[in-house]
Design a protein around this ligand. Structure first.
Ligand code: NDP
Ligand code: OXD
Length: 306
């Protein structure tokens, strides 16, 4: 069995070492143009040339959860695309989103400013009931986040493509229930995959429907958000701010207004990182399962786009 490794912006050596230890029977090499045909690929944002040349692939393992970069490319017809399915990302996403929700609800950003100015100040306690948290996307990450937020006794709502039932979460689904979901939400969390249906979903119309004082937490993809619409609604006072981990251009350009906007907190696409050891174990386990002819989780549906 031959495995080709083709990951942009990734230090190859530790991945190759880990994959070789987990799959000692396989020949595992970094890809270069003209390399021998492989059976499986481990990829992150590969060039089209890789997928055009590697016509024999049966499985293409993406070392992240989101496959939007792969969706723009043509894959060999016989290959399944497989994404990381949790792999330690769900707990990271839960802690990151809970932190952002609590920081906003408890006004810790305001306290930070006061303390930096040497000011000993108190703010009036706020009611959790006034801060319903709505999570778009109730998949592997969104469901874990919804459960984690509900443990802090916030009202939690969720929205997905297909109907769901999750303890402690008021679930909405489909386009028909989108506006109802938004109208009941004050803190909006985006954990959708980026697809033609979800690109620009956080636009002027949708964000205007949030409860007054709405707050946006985007931890999915920058292109889910129409950045100018967010700024306009913060500046008009309808929204109170945002915590943004992902951006339409990454790294965030130095002159971008998000860097300095007092109501916006930015982080550098770090809410849930790929954990190398866990991901290698997951990918190796799935390759072994495919070799035995068994089904695996995390296979991407090209028609759905995720
Ligand atoms: P999943 O595929 O498990 O979940 C996707 C969820 O979105 C599902 O509930 C799905 O509905 C829902 N959904 C998809 N399309 C629509 C639609 N048109 N309308 C309503 N709901 C929709 O993905 P994950 O939870 O694993 O990951 C989500 C995203 O998080 C990734 O695609 C990636 O972009 C992002 N991410 C960001 C990271 C970061 O560091 N910032 C790290 C990891 C991931 P249904 O359940 O009905 O299919
Ligand atoms: C992912 C990411 O999709 O890190 O896994 O953004």
């Amino acid at each position: 069995m031959r495995i080709s490794f083709c990951c942009t912006d990734t230090k190859a050596e530790p991945w190759l070492e880990g994959l070789r230890a987990a799959l000692p029977q396989a020949v595992i090499e970094p890809w270069s143009p003209g390399a021998p045909l492989a059976d499986y690929a481990v990829v992150w944002m590969p060039p089209q040339q890789f997928l055009t040349e590697q016509t024999r692939l049966k499985g293409i393992f993406n070392i992240g959860a989101g496959v939007d970069a792969l969706m723009k490319l043509d894959w060999p017809s016989g290959a399944q695309v497989v994404r990381i399915d949790d792999g330690g990302m769900a707990v990271q996403m839960a802690e990151f989103v809970c932190h952002a929700v609590i920081r906003h609800f408890r006004e810790l950003d305001g306290y930070e400013v006061d303390i930096n100015n040497g000011k000993w100040s108190f703010r009036r306690p706020r009611l959790r009931a006034d801060f319903p948290v709505g999570i778009m996307g109730l998949g592997v990450l969104g469901e874990r986040v919804a459960q984690a937020v509900s443990h802090f006794d916030f009202p939690v709502l969720g929205w997905s493509r297909s109907p769901k039932s999750i303890d402690g979460v008021q679930c909405f689904s489909g386009q028909a229930q989108f506006n109802e979901f938004l109208a009941a939400t004050r803190i909006l969390v985006c954990l959708l995959p980026l697809t033609p249906d979800t690109r620009g979903i956080m636009n002027l119309d949708a964000l205007s429907r949030l409860k007054p004082g709405g707050y946006v937490i985007n931890v999915a993809r920058g292109a889910h958000l129409v950045e100018g619409d967010l700024l306009a609604l913060i500046d008009s006072g309808h929204l109170s701010g945002a915590a943004l981990d992902v951006f339409s251009t990454e790294p965030l350009p130095p002159a971008h207004p998000f860097w300095t906007h007092p109501a916006i907190t930015v982080t550098p696409h770090t809410s849930a990182r790929t954990l190398r050891e866990e991901s290698i174990a997951q990918i190796a386990g799935k390759i072994q399962a495919l070799q035995r002819g068994e089904p695996i989780a995390g296979v991407v549906d090209r028609n759905r786009g995720y």
